[in-house]
Design a protein around this ligand. Structure first.
Ligand code: FAD
Length: 557
Protein backbone atom coordinates (compact mmCIF):
# COMPACT_ATOMS: atom_id res chain seq x y z
CA UNK A 1 0.00 0.00 0.00
CA UNK A 2 1.36 3.40 -0.88
CA UNK A 3 1.53 5.87 1.98
CA UNK A 4 0.71 9.12 0.21
CA UNK A 5 -1.69 10.49 -2.35
CA UNK A 6 -3.06 13.82 -3.47
CA UNK A 7 -6.69 13.35 -2.40
CA UNK A 8 -8.11 10.92 0.15
CA UNK A 9 -11.85 10.33 0.05
CA UNK A 10 -13.52 8.60 2.99
CA UNK A 11 -16.68 6.64 2.10
CA UNK A 12 -17.59 4.95 -1.18
CA UNK A 13 -21.29 5.69 -1.48
CA UNK A 14 -22.15 7.00 -4.93
CA UNK A 15 -21.01 10.50 -3.93
CA UNK A 16 -17.54 9.52 -2.71
CA UNK A 17 -16.97 7.06 -5.55
CA UNK A 18 -18.10 9.44 -8.26
CA UNK A 19 -16.00 12.31 -6.98
CA UNK A 20 -12.99 9.98 -6.67
CA UNK A 21 -13.44 8.84 -10.25
CA UNK A 22 -13.78 12.38 -11.62
CA UNK A 23 -10.63 13.45 -9.80
CA UNK A 24 -8.79 10.45 -11.25
CA UNK A 25 -10.01 11.45 -14.71
CA UNK A 26 -8.64 14.93 -14.00
CA UNK A 27 -5.27 13.35 -13.30
CA UNK A 28 -5.28 13.38 -9.49
CA UNK A 29 -3.81 10.56 -7.46
CA UNK A 30 -6.79 9.47 -5.32
CA UNK A 31 -7.27 6.94 -2.53
CA UNK A 32 -10.87 5.96 -1.70
CA UNK A 33 -11.29 4.46 1.76
CA UNK A 34 -14.37 2.42 2.61
CA UNK A 35 -15.23 0.81 5.92
CA UNK A 36 -17.51 -1.88 4.45
CA UNK A 37 -17.70 -3.75 1.16
CA UNK A 38 -19.89 -3.57 -1.93
CA UNK A 39 -22.57 -4.56 -2.66
CA UNK A 40 -24.25 -3.34 0.52
CA UNK A 41 -27.69 -2.06 1.47
CA UNK A 42 -28.11 1.72 1.60
CA UNK A 43 -31.12 3.91 2.05
CA UNK A 44 -31.84 7.05 0.00
CA UNK A 45 -33.10 5.75 -3.29
CA UNK A 46 -35.37 8.17 -5.10
CA UNK A 47 -33.77 10.46 -7.67
CA UNK A 48 -35.21 13.65 -9.18
CA UNK A 49 -34.86 15.71 -12.37
CA UNK A 50 -32.22 17.92 -10.73
CA UNK A 51 -30.23 14.85 -9.67
CA UNK A 52 -30.36 13.52 -13.21
CA UNK A 53 -29.39 16.86 -14.67
CA UNK A 54 -26.26 16.79 -12.48
CA UNK A 55 -25.52 13.24 -13.62
CA UNK A 56 -25.85 14.29 -17.25
CA UNK A 57 -23.57 17.26 -16.75
CA UNK A 58 -21.00 15.08 -15.00
CA UNK A 59 -21.24 12.51 -17.79
CA UNK A 60 -20.67 15.14 -20.44
CA UNK A 61 -18.03 17.23 -18.72
CA UNK A 62 -15.80 14.35 -17.63
CA UNK A 63 -16.55 11.87 -20.40
CA UNK A 64 -18.29 9.37 -18.10
CA UNK A 65 -20.74 7.69 -20.45
CA UNK A 66 -22.48 5.66 -17.77
CA UNK A 67 -23.45 8.77 -15.78
CA UNK A 68 -25.25 10.14 -18.81
CA UNK A 69 -26.87 6.78 -19.49
CA UNK A 70 -28.08 6.35 -15.91
CA UNK A 71 -29.80 9.73 -15.96
CA UNK A 72 -33.09 8.53 -17.50
CA UNK A 73 -35.01 5.32 -17.05
CA UNK A 74 -34.96 4.61 -20.81
CA UNK A 75 -31.20 5.00 -21.26
CA UNK A 76 -30.57 3.11 -18.02
CA UNK A 77 -32.60 0.10 -19.21
CA UNK A 78 -30.95 0.12 -22.59
CA UNK A 79 -27.39 0.28 -21.25
CA UNK A 80 -27.40 -1.17 -17.74
CA UNK A 81 -30.35 -3.55 -17.44
CA UNK A 82 -28.53 -5.51 -14.70
CA UNK A 83 -28.37 -2.48 -12.36
CA UNK A 84 -31.71 -2.61 -10.58
CA UNK A 85 -33.87 0.51 -10.52
CA UNK A 86 -37.49 1.62 -10.46
CA UNK A 87 -39.51 3.85 -12.75
CA UNK A 88 -40.22 7.18 -11.04
CA UNK A 89 -42.57 9.32 -13.09
CA UNK A 90 -43.28 11.83 -10.36
CA UNK A 91 -44.42 12.49 -6.82
CA UNK A 92 -47.70 10.93 -5.64
CA UNK A 93 -49.33 11.93 -2.35
CA UNK A 94 -52.42 10.51 -0.59
CA UNK A 95 -53.89 11.65 2.72
CA UNK A 96 -55.12 8.85 4.97
CA UNK A 97 -57.14 9.22 8.17
CA UNK A 98 -56.91 6.79 11.11
CA UNK A 99 -59.16 3.75 10.91
CA UNK A 100 -60.69 4.89 7.59
CA UNK A 101 -59.93 3.52 4.15
CA UNK A 102 -58.51 6.07 1.72
CA UNK A 103 -61.51 7.92 0.29
CA UNK A 104 -61.59 7.82 -3.50
CA UNK A 105 -63.81 10.82 -4.21
CA UNK A 106 -62.76 11.24 -7.80
CA UNK A 107 -61.23 14.64 -8.45
CA UNK A 108 -62.10 15.69 -4.88
CA UNK A 109 -59.84 13.02 -3.36
CA UNK A 110 -57.03 14.00 -1.03
CA UNK A 111 -54.58 13.03 -3.75
CA UNK A 112 -51.80 15.05 -5.40
CA UNK A 113 -49.78 13.92 -8.41
CA UNK A 114 -46.94 16.01 -9.82
CA UNK A 115 -45.25 14.58 -12.89
CA UNK A 116 -41.49 14.99 -13.14
CA UNK A 117 -41.09 13.68 -16.69
CA UNK A 118 -43.22 13.64 -19.83
CA UNK A 119 -42.89 9.88 -20.48
CA UNK A 120 -41.38 6.64 -19.21
CA UNK A 121 -38.20 6.76 -21.26
CA UNK A 122 -37.21 10.19 -19.90
CA UNK A 123 -38.34 9.30 -16.42
CA UNK A 124 -36.36 9.57 -13.21
CA UNK A 125 -35.56 6.41 -11.28
CA UNK A 126 -35.37 4.91 -7.83
CA UNK A 127 -31.84 3.63 -7.34
CA UNK A 128 -31.33 0.20 -5.82
CA UNK A 129 -28.38 1.54 -3.91
CA UNK A 130 -26.71 -1.83 -3.44
CA UNK A 131 -26.33 -2.08 -7.22
CA UNK A 132 -25.83 1.60 -8.04
CA UNK A 133 -23.20 2.28 -5.40
CA UNK A 134 -21.38 -0.92 -6.36
CA UNK A 135 -21.34 0.27 -9.96
CA UNK A 136 -19.87 3.65 -9.01
CA UNK A 137 -17.27 2.11 -6.69
CA UNK A 138 -16.15 -0.21 -9.50
CA UNK A 139 -16.06 2.75 -11.86
CA UNK A 140 -13.74 4.59 -9.49
CA UNK A 141 -11.37 1.62 -9.24
CA UNK A 142 -11.39 1.15 -13.01
CA UNK A 143 -10.50 4.82 -13.50
CA UNK A 144 -7.34 4.34 -11.45
CA UNK A 145 -8.54 5.25 -7.97
CA UNK A 146 -6.77 3.25 -5.26
CA UNK A 147 -9.92 1.76 -3.70
CA UNK A 148 -9.48 0.20 -0.26
CA UNK A 149 -12.51 -1.42 1.26
CA UNK A 150 -12.70 -3.02 4.75
CA UNK A 151 -10.63 -0.11 6.00
CA UNK A 152 -10.98 1.04 9.60
CA UNK A 153 -9.79 4.62 9.99
CA UNK A 154 -8.79 5.61 13.48
CA UNK A 155 -7.28 9.08 13.19
CA UNK A 156 -7.16 12.22 11.07
CA UNK A 157 -4.64 14.95 11.73
CA UNK A 158 -4.75 18.11 9.67
CA UNK A 159 -2.01 20.74 9.53
CA UNK A 160 -1.61 23.66 7.17
CA UNK A 161 0.79 21.50 5.14
CA UNK A 162 -0.81 18.07 5.00
CA UNK A 163 -3.46 15.57 6.05
CA UNK A 164 -2.47 12.44 7.93
CA UNK A 165 -4.88 9.52 8.14
CA UNK A 166 -4.24 6.44 10.22
CA UNK A 167 -6.09 3.18 10.14
CA UNK A 168 -5.88 -0.50 9.44
CA UNK A 169 -6.83 -2.90 6.70
CA UNK A 170 -6.92 -6.66 7.01
CA UNK A 171 -5.25 -6.35 10.42
CA UNK A 172 -2.39 -4.23 9.04
CA UNK A 173 -1.91 -0.71 10.34
CA UNK A 174 -1.20 2.03 7.80
CA UNK A 175 -0.59 5.75 7.55
CA UNK A 176 -1.69 7.78 4.57
CA UNK A 177 -0.62 11.33 3.82
CA UNK A 178 -2.76 13.44 1.50
CA UNK A 179 -2.96 17.04 0.36
CA UNK A 180 -6.72 17.13 0.83
CA UNK A 181 -9.39 14.91 2.38
CA UNK A 182 -13.06 14.70 1.42
CA UNK A 183 -15.43 13.08 3.89
CA UNK A 184 -18.20 11.19 2.08
CA UNK A 185 -18.86 8.83 4.98
CA UNK A 186 -22.45 9.92 5.65
CA UNK A 187 -24.14 10.53 9.02
CA UNK A 188 -21.92 10.55 12.11
CA UNK A 189 -19.10 10.89 9.61
CA UNK A 190 -15.44 10.33 10.14
CA UNK A 191 -14.14 13.90 9.98
CA UNK A 192 -16.99 15.27 12.08
CA UNK A 193 -15.72 13.07 14.88
CA UNK A 194 -12.01 13.41 14.25
CA UNK A 195 -12.07 17.19 13.98
CA UNK A 196 -14.67 17.54 16.75
CA UNK A 197 -16.79 19.68 14.46
CA UNK A 198 -19.49 21.26 16.62
CA UNK A 199 -23.10 20.33 16.04
CA UNK A 200 -25.34 22.68 14.08
CA UNK A 201 -28.46 20.78 15.07
CA UNK A 202 -30.00 23.58 17.13
CA UNK A 203 -30.61 25.75 14.10
CA UNK A 204 -32.81 23.10 12.45
CA UNK A 205 -36.55 22.46 12.79
CA UNK A 206 -37.30 19.03 11.32
CA UNK A 207 -37.41 15.99 13.60
CA UNK A 208 -38.54 12.50 12.60
CA UNK A 209 -38.07 8.85 13.44
CA UNK A 210 -38.05 6.10 10.82
CA UNK A 211 -39.33 2.52 10.70
CA UNK A 212 -38.48 0.85 7.37
CA UNK A 213 -37.50 -2.12 5.27
CA UNK A 214 -37.57 -3.51 1.74
CA UNK A 215 -40.60 -5.67 0.90
CA UNK A 216 -41.85 -7.87 -1.90
CA UNK A 217 -45.45 -8.22 -3.11
CA UNK A 218 -46.67 -4.74 -2.13
CA UNK A 219 -49.96 -4.18 -3.93
CA UNK A 220 -50.19 -1.04 -6.08
CA UNK A 221 -52.80 1.59 -5.19
CA UNK A 222 -54.08 1.13 -8.76
CA UNK A 223 -55.12 -2.44 -7.83
CA UNK A 224 -56.92 -1.25 -4.73
CA UNK A 225 -58.64 1.65 -6.51
CA UNK A 226 -59.13 0.62 -10.13
CA UNK A 227 -61.63 3.43 -10.68
CA UNK A 228 -59.30 6.20 -9.51
CA UNK A 229 -59.47 9.31 -11.73
CA UNK A 230 -56.80 9.07 -14.42
CA UNK A 231 -53.71 11.05 -13.46
CA UNK A 232 -50.77 12.40 -15.47
CA UNK A 233 -48.92 9.05 -14.99
CA UNK A 234 -49.71 5.71 -13.30
CA UNK A 235 -49.91 6.63 -9.59
CA UNK A 236 -47.67 3.82 -8.33
CA UNK A 237 -44.72 4.39 -10.66
CA UNK A 238 -43.57 7.31 -8.61
CA UNK A 239 -42.32 8.20 -5.17
CA UNK A 240 -45.55 7.41 -3.37
CA UNK A 241 -46.18 9.35 -0.16
CA UNK A 242 -48.93 8.30 2.24
CA UNK A 243 -49.59 11.18 4.63
CA UNK A 244 -50.94 10.12 8.00
CA UNK A 245 -51.62 11.88 11.30
CA UNK A 246 -48.29 10.72 12.72
CA UNK A 247 -46.15 11.80 9.75
CA UNK A 248 -45.91 10.07 6.39
CA UNK A 249 -44.82 6.90 4.60
CA UNK A 250 -42.70 6.54 1.48
CA UNK A 251 -43.23 3.64 -0.88
CA UNK A 252 -40.78 3.26 -3.76
CA UNK A 253 -41.45 0.51 -6.26
CA UNK A 254 -38.50 -1.06 -8.10
CA UNK A 255 -38.96 -2.63 -11.52
CA UNK A 256 -38.02 -6.12 -10.24
CA UNK A 257 -40.85 -6.22 -7.70
CA UNK A 258 -39.17 -5.02 -4.50
CA UNK A 259 -40.64 -1.99 -2.72
CA UNK A 260 -38.69 0.21 -0.33
CA UNK A 261 -41.04 1.57 2.32
CA UNK A 262 -40.77 3.44 5.58
CA UNK A 263 -42.84 5.51 7.97
CA UNK A 264 -41.41 8.87 9.05
CA UNK A 265 -42.92 9.73 12.41
CA UNK A 266 -42.92 13.13 14.08
CA UNK A 267 -42.06 13.21 17.80
CA UNK A 268 -45.71 14.05 18.54
CA UNK A 269 -46.92 11.27 16.23
CA UNK A 270 -44.59 8.69 17.73
CA UNK A 271 -45.53 9.63 21.29
CA UNK A 272 -49.21 9.31 20.51
CA UNK A 273 -48.82 5.74 19.27
CA UNK A 274 -49.45 3.05 21.89
CA UNK A 275 -46.71 1.00 20.21
CA UNK A 276 -44.34 4.00 20.06
CA UNK A 277 -41.63 2.31 22.10
CA UNK A 278 -42.29 -1.24 20.90
CA UNK A 279 -40.08 -3.39 18.68
CA UNK A 280 -39.88 -2.16 15.06
CA UNK A 281 -42.12 -4.90 13.68
CA UNK A 282 -44.77 -4.25 16.34
CA UNK A 283 -44.64 -0.52 15.57
CA UNK A 284 -44.90 -1.24 11.84
CA UNK A 285 -47.92 -3.49 12.34
CA UNK A 286 -49.57 -0.98 14.68
CA UNK A 287 -49.31 1.69 11.97
CA UNK A 288 -50.77 -0.66 9.36
CA UNK A 289 -53.65 -1.43 11.71
CA UNK A 290 -54.42 2.27 12.01
CA UNK A 291 -54.48 2.84 8.25
CA UNK A 292 -56.56 0.18 6.48
CA UNK A 293 -55.67 1.11 2.91
CA UNK A 294 -51.94 0.97 3.62
CA UNK A 295 -52.58 -2.32 5.42
CA UNK A 296 -54.36 -3.63 2.32
CA UNK A 297 -51.40 -2.61 0.15
CA UNK A 298 -49.05 -4.51 2.49
CA UNK A 299 -51.40 -7.44 3.20
CA UNK A 300 -49.34 -9.89 1.12
CA UNK A 301 -45.99 -8.18 1.54
CA UNK A 302 -43.00 -9.79 3.24
CA UNK A 303 -40.00 -7.85 4.51
CA UNK A 304 -36.81 -8.82 2.67
CA UNK A 305 -34.73 -7.81 5.68
CA UNK A 306 -35.65 -7.12 9.28
CA UNK A 307 -37.88 -4.09 9.80
CA UNK A 308 -35.63 -1.48 11.45
CA UNK A 309 -36.15 1.61 13.56
CA UNK A 310 -34.12 4.82 13.81
CA UNK A 311 -35.29 7.19 16.55
CA UNK A 312 -33.92 10.34 14.86
CA UNK A 313 -32.76 10.58 11.26
CA UNK A 314 -31.74 14.26 11.19
CA UNK A 315 -28.18 15.40 11.76
CA UNK A 316 -26.31 18.63 11.17
CA UNK A 317 -22.79 19.93 11.76
CA UNK A 318 -21.65 23.53 12.09
CA UNK A 319 -18.87 23.34 9.47
CA UNK A 320 -18.63 21.79 6.00
CA UNK A 321 -15.10 22.60 4.88
CA UNK A 322 -11.70 24.06 5.69
CA UNK A 323 -8.21 24.53 4.31
CA UNK A 324 -7.51 20.89 3.48
CA UNK A 325 -10.87 19.26 3.94
CA UNK A 326 -14.49 19.23 2.80
CA UNK A 327 -17.57 17.30 3.81
CA UNK A 328 -20.03 15.90 1.26
CA UNK A 329 -23.61 16.95 2.07
CA UNK A 330 -24.62 13.65 3.69
CA UNK A 331 -21.65 13.85 6.08
CA UNK A 332 -22.58 17.46 6.88
CA UNK A 333 -26.37 17.39 7.25
CA UNK A 334 -29.48 15.39 6.56
CA UNK A 335 -33.05 16.62 6.85
CA UNK A 336 -35.63 14.09 5.69
CA UNK A 337 -36.55 11.96 2.68
CA UNK A 338 -39.56 14.20 2.01
CA UNK A 339 -39.16 15.68 -1.51
CA UNK A 340 -36.10 13.48 -2.19
CA UNK A 341 -33.48 16.21 -1.95
CA UNK A 342 -30.48 14.07 -0.86
CA UNK A 343 -29.20 12.58 -4.12
CA UNK A 344 -29.60 15.82 -6.08
CA UNK A 345 -27.85 17.83 -3.38
CA UNK A 346 -25.01 15.31 -3.12
CA UNK A 347 -24.47 15.27 -6.88
CA UNK A 348 -24.45 19.07 -6.96
CA UNK A 349 -21.70 18.96 -4.34
CA UNK A 350 -19.77 16.42 -6.43
CA UNK A 351 -19.95 18.86 -9.34
CA UNK A 352 -18.80 21.79 -7.21
CA UNK A 353 -15.83 19.98 -5.69
CA UNK A 354 -14.89 18.60 -9.09
CA UNK A 355 -14.86 22.15 -10.49
CA UNK A 356 -12.75 23.29 -7.54
CA UNK A 357 -10.19 20.56 -8.29
CA UNK A 358 -10.36 21.34 -12.01
CA UNK A 359 -9.35 24.91 -11.21
CA UNK A 360 -6.61 23.66 -8.92
CA UNK A 361 -5.20 21.19 -11.45
CA UNK A 362 -2.75 23.72 -12.86
CA UNK A 363 -1.87 25.66 -9.71
CA UNK A 364 -1.38 24.16 -6.29
CA UNK A 365 -3.47 21.01 -6.91
CA UNK A 366 -5.50 21.78 -3.79
CA UNK A 367 -8.78 23.73 -3.99
CA UNK A 368 -8.38 27.41 -3.29
CA UNK A 369 -9.43 28.08 0.34
CA UNK A 370 -11.79 30.79 -0.95
CA UNK A 371 -13.56 28.19 -3.10
CA UNK A 372 -13.87 25.81 -0.14
CA UNK A 373 -15.37 28.69 1.87
CA UNK A 374 -17.83 29.29 -0.94
CA UNK A 375 -18.66 25.57 -0.91
CA UNK A 376 -19.19 25.61 2.83
CA UNK A 377 -21.40 28.71 2.72
CA UNK A 378 -23.49 27.13 -0.02
CA UNK A 379 -24.00 23.93 1.98
CA UNK A 380 -24.88 25.78 5.18
CA UNK A 381 -27.47 27.99 3.48
CA UNK A 382 -28.89 25.12 1.47
CA UNK A 383 -29.21 22.82 4.48
CA UNK A 384 -31.18 25.58 6.19
CA UNK A 385 -33.39 25.98 3.13
CA UNK A 386 -34.11 22.24 2.80
CA UNK A 387 -34.97 22.17 6.49
CA UNK A 388 -37.41 25.08 6.16
CA UNK A 389 -39.18 23.56 3.14
CA UNK A 390 -39.53 20.19 4.86
CA UNK A 391 -40.45 21.60 8.29
CA UNK A 392 -43.16 23.63 6.56
CA UNK A 393 -44.46 20.50 4.84
CA UNK A 394 -44.66 18.62 8.16
CA UNK A 395 -46.59 21.57 9.63
CA UNK A 396 -48.85 21.57 6.57
CA UNK A 397 -49.69 17.88 7.00
CA UNK A 398 -52.38 19.12 9.44
CA UNK A 399 -54.67 19.52 6.41
CA UNK A 400 -54.30 18.24 2.87
CA UNK A 401 -55.07 21.64 1.33
CA UNK A 402 -52.24 23.19 3.31
CA UNK A 403 -49.93 20.36 2.32
CA UNK A 404 -50.81 20.58 -1.37
CA UNK A 405 -50.13 24.33 -1.27
CA UNK A 406 -46.80 23.93 0.56
CA UNK A 407 -45.76 21.25 -1.93
CA UNK A 408 -46.22 23.84 -4.69
CA UNK A 409 -43.41 25.89 -3.16
CA UNK A 410 -41.05 22.94 -3.60
CA UNK A 411 -42.25 21.97 -7.07
CA UNK A 412 -42.25 25.53 -8.43
CA UNK A 413 -38.68 25.97 -7.18
CA UNK A 414 -37.27 22.78 -8.67
CA UNK A 415 -39.21 23.09 -11.93
CA UNK A 416 -37.83 26.60 -12.43
CA UNK A 417 -34.31 25.41 -11.57
CA UNK A 418 -34.53 22.49 -13.98
CA UNK A 419 -35.87 24.57 -16.86
CA UNK A 420 -33.37 27.37 -16.40
CA UNK A 421 -30.44 24.96 -15.98
CA UNK A 422 -31.43 23.07 -19.13
CA UNK A 423 -32.45 26.02 -21.27
CA UNK A 424 -29.95 28.65 -20.23
CA UNK A 425 -26.95 26.65 -18.93
CA UNK A 426 -23.75 28.38 -17.89
CA UNK A 427 -20.31 27.03 -17.05
CA UNK A 428 -20.88 27.73 -13.37
CA UNK A 429 -24.39 26.31 -13.17
CA UNK A 430 -23.35 23.83 -10.46
CA UNK A 431 -22.81 26.78 -8.15
CA UNK A 432 -26.42 27.90 -8.54
CA UNK A 433 -28.11 27.74 -5.16
CA UNK A 434 -30.09 24.60 -4.40
CA UNK A 435 -33.83 24.96 -3.64
CA UNK A 436 -34.01 28.65 -4.51
CA UNK A 437 -31.00 29.76 -2.47
CA UNK A 438 -29.64 32.95 -4.02
CA UNK A 439 -32.89 33.70 -5.85
CA UNK A 440 -34.40 36.85 -4.41
CA UNK A 441 -37.93 35.67 -5.11
CA UNK A 442 -37.64 32.07 -3.98
CA UNK A 443 -35.10 32.15 -1.16
CA UNK A 444 -37.31 33.92 1.43
CA UNK A 445 -40.42 31.83 0.75
CA UNK A 446 -39.81 28.68 2.84
CA UNK A 447 -39.13 30.72 5.99
CA UNK A 448 -42.18 32.88 5.44
CA UNK A 449 -44.29 29.85 4.65
CA UNK A 450 -43.25 28.06 7.85
CA UNK A 451 -44.13 31.17 9.86
CA UNK A 452 -47.59 31.37 8.25
CA UNK A 453 -48.24 27.67 8.67
CA UNK A 454 -47.30 27.74 12.35
CA UNK A 455 -49.79 30.54 12.86
CA UNK A 456 -52.53 28.42 11.31
CA UNK A 457 -51.66 25.18 13.08
CA UNK A 458 -50.60 26.81 16.38
CA UNK A 459 -47.65 24.38 16.00
CA UNK A 460 -50.01 21.71 17.37
CA UNK A 461 -51.31 20.23 14.16
CA UNK A 462 -54.51 22.29 14.09
CA UNK A 463 -56.06 22.39 10.63
CA UNK A 464 -57.19 26.04 10.73
CA UNK A 465 -60.37 27.39 9.17
CA UNK A 466 -61.39 27.20 5.51
CA UNK A 467 -60.60 30.90 5.18
CA UNK A 468 -57.12 30.49 6.69
CA UNK A 469 -56.32 27.59 4.40
CA UNK A 470 -57.55 29.45 1.36
CA UNK A 471 -55.53 32.50 2.31
CA UNK A 472 -52.42 30.32 2.63
CA UNK A 473 -52.99 28.67 -0.76
CA UNK A 474 -53.57 32.08 -2.36
CA UNK A 475 -50.39 33.40 -0.78
CA UNK A 476 -48.34 30.47 -2.15
CA UNK A 477 -49.86 30.85 -5.57
CA UNK A 478 -49.06 34.57 -5.65
CA UNK A 479 -45.60 34.16 -4.08
CA UNK A 480 -44.38 31.60 -6.64
CA UNK A 481 -45.94 33.34 -9.66
CA UNK A 482 -42.70 35.08 -10.79
CA UNK A 483 -41.06 31.62 -11.07
CA UNK A 484 -44.05 29.44 -11.87
CA UNK A 485 -43.13 28.10 -15.31
CA UNK A 486 -44.94 24.78 -14.81
CA UNK A 487 -48.59 25.79 -14.39
CA UNK A 488 -48.52 24.84 -10.69
CA UNK A 489 -50.89 25.97 -7.92
CA UNK A 490 -53.76 26.02 -10.40
CA UNK A 491 -57.08 25.03 -8.76
CA UNK A 492 -58.42 24.00 -12.17
CA UNK A 493 -55.87 21.16 -12.24
CA UNK A 494 -57.52 19.45 -9.25
CA UNK A 495 -54.09 18.47 -7.88
CA UNK A 496 -53.11 16.51 -11.01
CA UNK A 497 -50.12 18.12 -12.71
CA UNK A 498 -48.62 16.74 -15.92
CA UNK A 499 -45.38 18.11 -17.36
CA UNK A 500 -46.87 21.13 -19.11
CA UNK A 501 -44.83 22.42 -22.06
CA UNK A 502 -47.68 24.79 -23.00
CA UNK A 503 -47.40 26.50 -19.62
CA UNK A 504 -43.65 26.75 -20.14
CA UNK A 505 -44.08 28.36 -23.54
CA UNK A 506 -46.71 30.74 -22.16
CA UNK A 507 -44.36 31.77 -19.32
CA UNK A 508 -41.27 32.14 -21.51
CA UNK A 509 -40.56 35.63 -20.19
CA UNK A 510 -40.01 34.24 -16.66
CA UNK A 511 -36.92 32.48 -18.02
CA UNK A 512 -35.78 35.56 -19.91
CA UNK A 513 -36.44 33.89 -23.26
CA UNK A 514 -38.63 34.84 -26.20
CA UNK A 515 -41.44 32.55 -27.29
CA UNK A 516 -39.43 31.47 -30.33
CA UNK A 517 -36.32 30.79 -28.26
CA UNK A 518 -38.26 28.57 -25.92
CA UNK A 519 -39.94 26.68 -28.73
CA UNK A 520 -36.56 26.04 -30.26
CA UNK A 521 -35.09 24.93 -26.92
CA UNK A 522 -37.85 22.52 -25.91
CA UNK A 523 -36.05 19.44 -27.32
CA UNK A 524 -33.49 19.95 -24.53
CA UNK A 525 -36.23 19.27 -22.01
CA UNK A 526 -37.19 16.17 -23.89
CA UNK A 527 -33.97 14.29 -23.42
CA UNK A 528 -30.91 16.45 -23.41
CA UNK A 529 -29.90 15.53 -26.96
CA UNK A 530 -29.22 19.15 -27.88
CA UNK A 531 -27.30 19.57 -24.68
CA UNK A 532 -25.17 16.61 -25.66
CA UNK A 533 -24.56 17.88 -29.15
CA UNK A 534 -23.49 21.24 -27.72
CA UNK A 535 -21.23 19.55 -25.25
CA UNK A 536 -19.53 17.33 -27.77
CA UNK A 537 -17.44 20.24 -28.99
CA UNK A 538 -16.91 21.89 -25.65
CA UNK A 539 -15.11 19.19 -23.74
CA UNK A 540 -12.23 17.30 -25.06
CA UNK A 541 -11.94 14.60 -22.40
CA UNK A 542 -12.35 11.11 -23.81
CA UNK A 543 -15.58 9.34 -22.84
CA UNK A 544 -15.11 6.28 -20.62
CA UNK A 545 -17.62 3.70 -19.55
CA UNK A 546 -17.80 2.36 -15.99
CA UNK A 547 -14.95 -0.05 -16.60
CA UNK A 548 -12.76 2.85 -17.60
CA UNK A 549 -12.70 1.80 -21.24
CA UNK A 550 -12.57 4.66 -23.67
CA UNK A 551 -15.81 5.08 -25.62
CA UNK A 552 -15.66 6.28 -29.22
CA UNK A 553 -17.24 9.65 -29.81
CA UNK A 554 -20.24 8.35 -31.71
CA UNK A 555 -21.09 5.87 -28.95
CA UNK A 556 -21.95 8.54 -26.43
CA UNK A 557 -22.34 9.47 -23.76
C1 FAD B 1 -34.38 7.52 5.61
C2 FAD B 1 -33.70 8.18 4.47
C3 FAD B 1 -34.30 8.21 3.25
C4 FAD B 1 -33.72 8.90 2.20
N1 FAD B 1 -34.38 8.96 1.02
C5 FAD B 1 -33.88 9.67 0.01
C6 FAD B 1 -34.55 9.75 -1.23
O1 FAD B 1 -35.61 9.16 -1.44
N2 FAD B 1 -33.99 10.50 -2.21
C7 FAD B 1 -32.83 11.17 -2.04
O2 FAD B 1 -32.41 11.88 -2.95
N3 FAD B 1 -32.13 11.06 -0.88
C8 FAD B 1 -32.63 10.34 0.14
N4 FAD B 1 -31.93 10.21 1.30
C9 FAD B 1 -30.59 10.82 1.37
C10 FAD B 1 -29.54 9.88 0.78
O3 FAD B 1 -29.52 8.71 1.55
C11 FAD B 1 -28.16 10.53 0.79
O4 FAD B 1 -28.23 11.74 0.11
C12 FAD B 1 -27.13 9.63 0.13
O5 FAD B 1 -27.10 8.37 0.75
C13 FAD B 1 -25.77 10.28 0.19
O6 FAD B 1 -24.83 9.41 -0.39
P1 FAD B 1 -23.31 9.42 0.03
O7 FAD B 1 -22.58 8.63 -0.98
O8 FAD B 1 -22.87 10.81 0.29
O9 FAD B 1 -23.24 8.75 1.47
P2 FAD B 1 -23.74 7.36 2.03
O10 FAD B 1 -24.73 6.74 1.16
O11 FAD B 1 -24.14 7.63 3.45
O12 FAD B 1 -22.44 6.45 2.02
C14 FAD B 1 -21.44 6.58 3.00
C15 FAD B 1 -20.38 5.50 2.80
O13 FAD B 1 -19.32 5.74 3.70
C16 FAD B 1 -18.95 4.55 4.36
N5 FAD B 1 -18.39 4.92 5.67
C17 FAD B 1 -19.05 5.36 6.76
N6 FAD B 1 -18.19 5.63 7.75
C18 FAD B 1 -16.96 5.34 7.29
C19 FAD B 1 -15.67 5.42 7.83
N7 FAD B 1 -15.46 5.83 9.08
N8 FAD B 1 -14.63 5.06 7.07
C20 FAD B 1 -14.80 4.63 5.81
N9 FAD B 1 -16.01 4.54 5.23
C21 FAD B 1 -17.08 4.90 5.96
C22 FAD B 1 -20.24 3.76 4.45
O14 FAD B 1 -19.97 2.38 4.60
C23 FAD B 1 -20.89 4.09 3.10
O15 FAD B 1 -20.47 3.23 2.08
C24 FAD B 1 -32.47 9.52 2.36
C25 FAD B 1 -31.82 9.42 3.59
C26 FAD B 1 -32.42 8.77 4.65
C27 FAD B 1 -31.71 8.72 5.96
Amino acid sequence: MKDSCEVAIVGSGFAGSLLARILAVLGYDVVLLERGTHPRFAIGESSTPLANLSLERIGIRYGLADCYQLATHGRWLENFPHIRRGLKRGFTFYRHHPREPFADRGLDSERLLVAASPDDSLSDTHWLRADVDHHFARGAAAAGVDYRDRTELTKAELTTETVLLEGSRAGKAFELRANFVVDASGPGGFLGQQLSIPSGFDRTHTRSALVFSHFDSVRPMADLFPEMAVGPYPDDWAAVHHIIDEGWMYSLRFDHGTTSAGFLLTPRGLNALPAGDAAPTTLWNALLQLYPTIAAAFSEATPLMPISFRPLIQHRLARAGGRRWALMPHAFAFVDPLFSTGIAWSLRAVERLALAFEDAAHHGRVPDPAVVRRYETALVTEADQIDLVVAGAYEAMAHFDLFAAQAMLYFATVAFAEASQRLTPTESVAWNGFLGVGDQVLEPLPGESLRRLRQITSSRGEAGSNAERKEFSDWVSHAISPRNIAGLADRGRRNLYPVDFDALVAQHQLLGLSRDQILEAIPRLRGGSTLLADAGNRHSLPARDASGTRVEANQGP
